[in-house]
Design a protein. Structure first.
Length: 542
């Protein structure tokens, strides 16, 4: 690792809107040597992704500009490259994996067509040779039964599967430099371990260099040779990974290293009332085939699960993408149909119709993974939070409703005076607080939290975990907490269910499962999550 394959020198990025100019990247410099992995680390808004997108000129020009700097790749300044030179570099010499695959994949094209397009364009592969290479790539990134996935569309895959497809597309042409922009943020820990192992293997086999952008320092420790720490558009510290972790010099680096969900969940109280209960719950999706569309099999997304959730208690549900975690939550809240008994605050609701469920909706709420997708961009924060009150508490006057909205925002740590703003005017962590306020304003008894911290920075994760714990203690809430991040689950959950392929692998008190898991699959999950040495990836893949 002697010659740099990429040199970023004195780079600045400015954005122009109306008569205003804002500087997102401020005179940064770094280089990546051949075969080296450099991690660009920092919280949201620090300028990491803007810096990465500048390499291939993917910013929204002409509103974006580069007041200073150069980006030299294999001896050529990409900022001065022609359109033809950039087209050759993109997807061939340099490829990129983005954070959110659903916005990067074409919803109208099958997986085979999208990967095949890259192979045909850059390598001229067609027919059987192209299909063979596609299957090879899907196998490499851990897609089970890839032959059955070729005709699938993005919406038919889980989040983790979609990200694996994106990685397969990025690696298709064996690039010299791979830019990975938060590629494992939305993935469960086992898939993270597989993807990181895969990227390291490919880097070693092909001499590939990598720019890895992340806010997760645990991943940096596993994969990076060197680290550049970034905040407010500047690189504040650079050095070998081991040195940065052992002896951080800058206060911001020390802040990042200390940012991790901490604390313990409130003790479970068996005397408290049962809020949610399920017995032998099943959600089977039919597979139809033939001219008459007969049912030939079923996808058993949830297959015979029992659970009890009491007031003031958190039930953590963990497992790989596609294991049935979210399906379980949707079935409990009667947003999809299921079989088996479901009881909510003592009432059997498994046979309730939509209209019968409506009076109960204010007492069971959901906080989704992506607040930007779940909050309407056309509504102010005040209207978003007040919407549920208008439906469930119609007797409230306008002033009373506005007071409830202001109180809900204050409770989640936001300034009530900002309620007339729109979602895009807030950071990711603030948007998630708004989503929590929308749920809490109705004073629910049960809240389904579906990956509510997975897309957030580490320090913001810790803040949201503390907020959820405070709200639970204050209102005696019952949480169903769905997550692939076991560190967050450990800080919140009293009880725990480990799911795999629709079935319960292990169930019981969270403390017991974390400290002494009995199943190989659970042990592998723990090893992957807590950076233990013996990560049994074979047990995960089988």
């Amino acid at each position: 690792m002697t010659d740099p394959i990429l040199s970023v020198r004195d780079l600045s990025v400015a954005f122009h809107q109306g008569g205003n100019t804002s500087v997102a990247v401020d005179h940064i410099s770094f280089e990546i040597k051949r075969g080296e992995t450099v991690a660009l680390v920092g919280e949201s808004g620090s300028g990491k992704s803007v810096s990465a997108n500048s390499i291939l000129k993917l910013l929204p020009y002409p509103s974006a500009s580069h007041p200073s700097g150069e980006i030299v790749f294999n001896g050529k300044d990409l900022l001065k490259a022609s359109d033809a030179e950039l087209r050759h570099a993109r997807g061939n010499d340099i490829t990129m994996i983005f954070q959110e695959p659903m916005t990067s994949l074409n919803p109208l094209h099958s997986i085979e067509r999208q990967i095949g397009e890259i192979l045909e364009l850059h390598q001229g592969l067609e027919g059987a040779a192209r299909r063979t290479r596609i299957l090879e790539l899907l196998n490499q990134v851990g897609i089970r039964e890839p032959e059955k996935r070729l005709s699938a569309y993005p919406h038919e895959l889980s989040g983790g599967q979609r990200q694996r497809v994106m990685i397969a597309m990025a690696l298709a042409n064996r690039p010299e430099l791979l830019i990975a922009d938060e590629p494992t943020t939305a993935l469960d820990v086992t898939v993270q371990a597989q993807i990181l192992e895969l990227l390291k293997t490919l880097k070693d086999e092909h001499g590939m260099s990598m720019l890895f952008i992340t806010h997760d320092l645990g991943i940096v420790r596993k994969i990076a040779d060197r680290v550049c720490v970034m905040t407010k558009g500047k690189i504040v510290e650079t050095g070998p990974t081991a040195e940065i972790f052992a002896n951080p010099q800058h206060a911001y680096t020390r802040h990042l290293l200390a940012s991790e969900p901490k604390g313990n969940p409130p003790p479970s109280d068996a005397s408290k009332p049962i809020v949610m209960e399920a017995s032998d719950m099943k959600v089977w999706f039919p597979i139809k085939a033939g001219f008459l569309r007969k049912v030939v099999d079923h996808v058993k997304a949830v297959d015979g699960i029992d659970l009890k959730l009491r007031a003031g208690q958190t039930l953590g549900v963990v497992g790989e993408s596609g294991s049935g975690k979210t399906t379980l939550g949707l079935a409990l809240t009667r947003l999809i149909s299921s079989k088996g008994r479901i009881a909510f605050i003592g009432k059997d609701i498994d046979r309730y119709s939509f209209n019968e469920m409506r009076p109960l909706r204010n007492r069971m709420q959901i906080v989704f993974q992506d607040p930007y997708g779940s909050l309407s961009p056309r509504m102010s924060v005040a209207d978003i939070i007040a919407e549920g009150l208008k439906i469930h508490e119609r007797a409230l006057s306008d002033n009373e409703r506005d007071a409830r909205v202001a109180a809900a925002l204050e409770e989640v740590g936001l300034d009530p005076s900002t309620r007339w703003r729109y979602p895009h005017e807030f950071s990711g962590g603030q948007r998630q607080r708004i989503a929590i306020a929308r749920a809490m304003v109705l004073k629910p008894q049960f809240v389904m939290l579906d990956e509510p911290t997975s897309a957030l920075d580490m320090s913001v994760q810790a803040q949201v975990v503390d907020l959820l714990r405070d709200l639970q203690s204050k209102h005696d809430l019952a949480y169903l907490f769905i997550s692939h991040d076991l560190k967050v689950v450990r800080a919140l959950a009293n009880e725990m269910i480990v799911m795999r392929m629709g079935k319960v692998v292990e169930q019981g008190p969270a403390e017991r499962i974390f400290n002494d898991p009995s199943q190989d699959y659970t042990k592998a999950l723990m090893a992957a999550a807590f950076n233990l040495e013996a990560v049994n990836l074979t047990a995960i893949r089988q």
